[in-house]
Write a protein that binds this ligand. Structure first.
Ligand SMILES: Nc1nc2c(c(=O)[nH]1)N[C@H]1C(S)=C(S)[C@@H](COP(=O)(O)OP(=O)(O)OC[C@H]3O[C@@H](n4cnc5c(=O)[nH]c(N)nc54)[C@H](O)[C@@H]3O)O[C@H]1N2
Ligand SMILES: Nc1nc2c(c(=O)[nH]1)N[C@H]1C(S)=C(S)[C@@H](COP(=O)(O)OP(=O)(O)OC[C@H]3O[C@@H](n4cnc5c(=O)[nH]c(N)nc54)[C@H](O)[C@@H]3O)O[C@H]1N2
Ligand code: SF4
Ligand SMILES: [Mo]
Length: 730
């Protein structure tokens, strides 16, 4: 199995801090890798065992790699390559390779839990669901908007569709949101205003066809490694790679040009690139004239951003800004890839719209090898939004404020009149809980105590609720403070579909039975609806039944069937069963009501908090290749955890010297909002004045340091990538 291969040949222990680079480069040596796998397999063992390979989709990042789960005598034992999968072509990153390990872990939730006198006790499904229903019914009768739901980017489309329907049709509230708000919320809003649709415009395979790839605020070699592989292939084909990131990441290592910008100055950089493009006449006048509007407004703003006038703000030499503009502007096919370095700021939406301006200015959209490509984070974050697990939109992004949309849905669901009051967003739900304006929350596959800004306040808010129900596969920090914990099946034990970052809908297939009494997420909601007397709304016998209903309610999915997904999946929009799916968006016209792209002139706004003598450093939080979020899944893989299992903070040798710090020393990091302890890692890969904290470790919880009070008014995004901080010796 590929796992054996990795154990034997990767020699993890010999890899130093560059290990992720090493691993990612290994992914590239694909043919070599696969042939080794074949030759290392112990054929005799395989004949003696009952082995089944079940093709399914990796449960981690938005790449959506295909893999085969290996079921040996009824238990999942490993992962095998799926060579013809269009995304990863048989290759996997370390997380995908060891994605099966947590499935059989002893800490999996196996039975419902009810909290009594501060302690959990095991209970039957019947007892637990009866008690949950009694509580939900009482609150619903008072006011359905006193109940809120969090849906999950880790669960299937079918799970999420059923949850949002349960919230709307049974409880009667639009209070439903998911983690996208903390992630690519600014993408969805920013691209809606400029392009009319907030999704990745091009495809993963398409990246190879670009002549220039501008990667900004994204580290795909670690966070989307199988997209990283395509970038390296593009480079091998001659593409020029430009990376703008405050850190010299493993992705930056492969750049022809690296722009180590100061966090939060992206708008100035992008405006300055556009300044040069216009100055040198590299804009695509034909595209601007035929396909866009409001170009003059943009021109008026970017004229003030000459490279010389902004280089000191951005921290990038004017000559490198010029070079970027010329390379991006002169290439026939230029692609932009971005992620959280762009979105997870108060001004994330400004950043996104600036990038949209740049693509339209040069006509780099709607064609092969071009586009504006936000890399969606979670395995099914695209799908959870498509399914309408959002406070303002129904499945397919339909606006339920329109009477006709609600009337159609009432007819389709055969339900009572639906609530037209707008739902609350995630941060507003937590705020309402804090103020006592929310009485119950039902959380499926989310861990806000760890992930949302201001951990202590989040915890207090959730404890303030009368009833907190958490449905997860492990007892997370959030589950630990719940009144009821419900055990769900994991990805390896469920059927359904995930939709990846390039809008590709793919089949997820059950490869083993769940542990104990764990039940599919969607089935749990059907059971609760039955106890509430609403079973006629949920008559599904299988995931495919749910998918049929999704197709009827989500126009982008109308032409997709499980049968059509058998081979390579399909990219939405796919309006009818003859339609081949849509690899590239905005080819003929934009998705706005008038079909034109809209330029949005943007001025640089400052960060909400700036460094001073007390907090002289800028703290950025982010990721490393081996772990995923709070590592509750990756941490249960011995091999991944062996690589690294404790919190650390990266800082420049210059800052270390100034503060008299040495590697591995325990220090305090303080912001204006809280403090943590962690260990020092000195590296010249980060610029002086900036420090980087991985978000994965319980011994250095990142959101003890963040702030939930200052948010972008329209997207409610907090500042997660640039907070004034100081380091103290202990
Ligand atoms: N291994 C692993 N992979 C993951 C995840 C994981 O937890 N672990 N999570 C998944 C999820 S949900 C997501 S959303 C994605 C996130 O994927 P990424 O966004 O690629 O990951 P991050 O490390 O959070 O941040 C990316 C980069 O932004 C840079 N940055 C910070 N501030 C700025 C700035 O102001 N400007 C610019 N230009 N850059 C800046 C950081 O230095 C960092 O290198 O990853 C997904 N993939
Ligand atoms: N400071 C700081 N904070 C951040 C970020 C940052 O960069 N910096 N990044 C933000 C981003 S981009 C994101 S996406 C969020 C992520 O925030 P969350 O979505 O809260 O994080 P996850 O750990 O992915 O939570 C998913 C939960 O689902 C459970 N789960 C997995 N599979 C299943 C299943 O099949 N069924 C059920 N019921 N449960 C399941 C897992 O055990 C886990 O507890 O964090 C955000 N928080
Ligand atoms: S790149 Fe993402 S989807 Fe692919 S194997 Fe790695 S974690 Fe899984
Ligand atoms: Mo994310």
């Amino acid at each position: 199995m590929i796992t054996w291969f990795f154990c034997q040949f990767l020699e993890y222990k010999k890899i130093d801090e560059t290990s992720s680079i090493y691993l990612c480069e290994l992914i590239l040596r694909d043919d070599h890798l696969n042939s080794k796998v074949e030759s290392n397999r112990c054929i005799q063992d395989i004949y003696n065992m009952n082995i089944n390979l079940i093709p399914t989709i990796c449960p981690y990042c938005g790449c959506g790699c295909g893999l085969n789960l290996v079921n040996v005598n009824g238990k999942i034992k490993g992962v095998e390559p799926w060579k013809r999968n269009p995304i990863n072509e048989g290759k996997l990153c370390p997380k995908g390779n060891f994605s099966y390990e947590f499935v059989n872990h002893e800490e999996r939730l196996k039975t419902p839990l009810i909290k009594e006198n501060g302690q959990f006790r095991e209970a039957s499904w019947d007892e637990t669901l009866n008690e949950i229903v009694r509580r939900l019914q009482t609150i619903r009768d008072e006011d359905p908007d006193l109940i809120a739901f969090l849906s999950s980017a880790r669960c299937t489309n079918e799970d999420n569709y059923v949850l949002q329907k349960f919230a709307r049709a049974v409880i009667g509230t639009n209070n439903i949101d998911n983690c996208a708000a903390l992630c690519h919320g600014p993408t969805v809003s920013g691209l809606n205003l400029t392009f009319g649709s907030g999704a990745m415009t091009n495809s993963i395979g398409d990246i190879e066809k670009a002549n220039c790839i501008f990667i900004i605020g994204s580290n795909p070699l670690e966070q989307h490694p199988l997209i990283g592989r395509r970038i390296l292939k593009a480079r091998a084909n001659g593409a020029k790679i430009i990376v703008a990131d405050p850190r010299y990441t493993p992705t930056a290592k492969h750049a022809d040009l690296f722009l180590p910008l100061i966090p939060g100055t992206d708008v100035a950089l992008i405006n300055s690139i556009m300044h040069v493009i216009l100055r040198d006449g590299l804009e695509d006048q034909d595209f601007i004239k035929k396909r866009t509007m409001d170009f003059e407004k943009l021109k008026n703003i970017v004229k003030n951003y000459s490279p010389d006038s902004v280089e000191h703000i951005i921290g990038v030499p004017a000559a490198d800004i010029e070079k970027t503009a010329l390379t991006y502007g002169e290439s026939e096919k230029s692609s932009i890839i971005y992620c959280l370095g762009i979105t997870e700021h108060i001004m994330g939406m400004d950043n996104v719209m600036s990038l949209a301006n740049l693509t339209m200015l040069t006509g780099n959209i709607g064609r092969e090898g071009t586009g504006l490509n936000p890399l969606r984070g979670q395995n099914n974050v695209q799908g959870v939004c498509d399914m309408g697990a959002l406070p303002f939109l129904y499945p397919g992004y339909k606006k339920y404020v329109l009477d006709s949309v609600r009337a159609d849905t009432e007819c389709e669901w055969d339900c009572d009149p639906l609530n037209f009051l707008p739902g609350l967003q995630m941060v507003e739900i937590l705020e309402a809980a804090y103020d006592g304006r929310m009485k119950a929350m039902y959380i499926m596959g989310e861990n806000p105590v760890f992930s949302e800004p201001e951990t202590l306040k989040v915890k207090e808010s959730l404890m303030n609720l009368e009833t907190l129900i958490v449905q997860d596969i492990f007892l997370t920090e959030t589950a630990a403070i719940a009144d009821f914990v419900l055990p769900a099946t994991s990805w390896a034990e469920k059927n359904g579909t995930f939709t990846n970052t390039e809008r590709r809908v793919q089949r997820v297939r059950k490869a083993a039975d769940p542990p104990g009494l764990a039940m599919e997420d969607w089935r749990i909601f059907c059971q609760i609806a039955r106890v509430m007397g609403s079973s006629k709304l949920f008559t599904y016998q299988s995931e495919e039944d749910i998918f049929h209903e999704i197709r009827r309610n989500t126009p982008q999915y109308a032409g997709i069937t499980y049968q059509r997904l058998e081979a390579d999946g399909l990219q939405w929009p796919c309006p009818d069963v003859e339609h081949p799916g849509t690899p590239i968006l905005h080819g003929e016209k934009f998705a706005t009501s008038h079909g034109l792209g809209v330029f949005k002139p943007i001025e640089l706004r400052g960060l909400p908090e700036t460094p001073d003598d007390d907090y002289p450093l800028i703290l950025s939080t982010g990721r490393i290749i081996f772990h995923y979020h709070n590592s509750n899944m990756t941490g249960k893989s011995k091999i991944l955890d062996n690589e690294i299992s404790n919190s650390f903070v990266e800082l420049n040798p210059y800052d270390a010297l100034k503060l008299d710090l040495s590697t591995q020393e325990t220090v305090k990091i303080k912001t204006r909002h809280g403090e943590i302890e962690t260990k020092v890692k000195i590296t010249s890969k980060i610029a002086p004045g900036i420090i980087f904290l991985p978000i994965h470790f319980l011994d250095g919880k990142p959101n003890l340091l963040t702030n939930s009070k200052v948010l972008d008014p329209s997207t409610k995004m907090p500042e997660l990538k640039a907070l004034p901080a100081r380091i103290e010796k202990i």
